[in-house]
Ligand binder design. Structure first.
Ligand code: UTP
Length: 297
């Protein structure tokens, strides 16, 4: 299959869908957006925005919903707090409070009025993205990687163009969407297809789709006509499978590890992993965790 004409257009925009209910982590998410739950000392969302910026993304589109206003506030000025910190000469804290703020106009927020599924959420960003390639980053999937997962993907995208999906080996393919590979060149895998939550013995590979995508804008027309799929939701994977009939798709087995914060144990694991990896607090965190486990016997 030929590469898409113009498919090497640079990647400038990323869509971060944040309109879901986070039902697997209730009651914590009753009033706090799942994406703002702290993973050690930062909201989960901050890690993902940092990953986007490090990959050269210039504009971030958040697809938000009702009760998610705190996300917009997090990326805005907090005058009262800043003035108080300034008066108390708390420089470090002041820098931390200001660090999420990007240049005016480099973030957009669009509403998904009803959580109809990830595919529908991405479609809500169509006018802001326009006719150019874009990244989709699931903010409850944290990728611990150096360089960041999206940066690794951008480097691969600049070589092959088309559509690109980050994948990672898993021992439980039945829990995820996995890819059907056609051929492999190092970390880059030409894709034949993908399967949502296959039976373990029937899984076409152990490579699961881990939550970072680079997509061509033609996906939007397909999303527009996409009917509900698994879970009665409009699924991004269903439209990607249709786009695969006319455009190339590669999977990229990125170097790093994914932490899925979408359920309670995954969130615990991410919290502990990021605490252990923290420059300043890592050793103390390890001591604390060891002591806790020893107490438990
Ligand atoms: P998830 O399925 O992991 O999030 O979707 P969720 O729906 O919030 O979680 P549960 O299943 O109820 O526990 C992945 C990402 O896509 C967003 C979510 O906010 C999450 O960041 N999403 C999902 C939307 O923005 N809109 C949707 O309709 C569905």
């Amino acid at each position: 299959m030929a590469s898409v004409p113009g498919s090497h257009r640079p990647l400038r925009k990323a869509v971060l869908p944040v309109a879901g209910f986070g039902t697997r982590v209730l009651p914590a998410t009753k009033v706090i957006p799942k994406e703002l739950l702290p993973v050690f000392d930062k909201p989960a969302l901050q890690y993902v925005v940092d990953e986007a910026i490090a990959a050269g993304i210039e504009h971030i589109v958040f697809v938000t919903g009702r009760n998610k206003g705190a996300i917009e506030d997090y990326f805005d000025r907090a005058y009262e707090l800043e003035v108080t910190l300034e008066a108390k000469k708390k420089e470090t804290e002041l820098n931390e409070v200001r660090s999420p703020i990007r240049a005016a106009g480099s973030m957009s927020f669009v509403r998904q009025q009803a959580a109809l599924g990830l595919g529908h959420a991405v479609w809500c960003a169509r006018d802001i993205v326009g006719d150019e390639p874009f990244a989709v980053m699931l903010p409850d999937m944290l990728m611990m990687a150096e360089p960041g997962c999206l940066k690794q993907m951008v480097d691969a995208y600049n070589r092959v163009g088309g559509n690109l999906i980050a994948v990672e080996p898993t021992g439980t393919p039945e829990r995820y969407g996995v890819i059907t590979p056609e051929s492999r060149d190092g970390r880059l895998i030409k894709m034949k297809g993908m399967v949502e939550k296959p039976k373990r013995e029937e899984a076409p590979s152990n490579l699961f789709i881990s939550g970072r995508y680079i997509l061509q804008p033609e996906i939007f027309a397909l999303l527009e006509s996409q009917g509900p799929g698994a879970g009665n939701e409009i699924q991004l994977t269903d439209s990607m499978a249709r786009l695969m009939q006319s455009q190339t798709f590669h999977a990229y087995e990125y170097e790093g590890r994914t932490y899925d914060c979408g359920d309670k144990i995954g969130y615990l694991q991410a919290f502990a992993a990021y605490a252990l990896a923290h420059d300043q607090y890592g050793e103390q965190a390890a001591e604390t965790l060891r002591a806790l486990l020893a107490d438990k016997g």
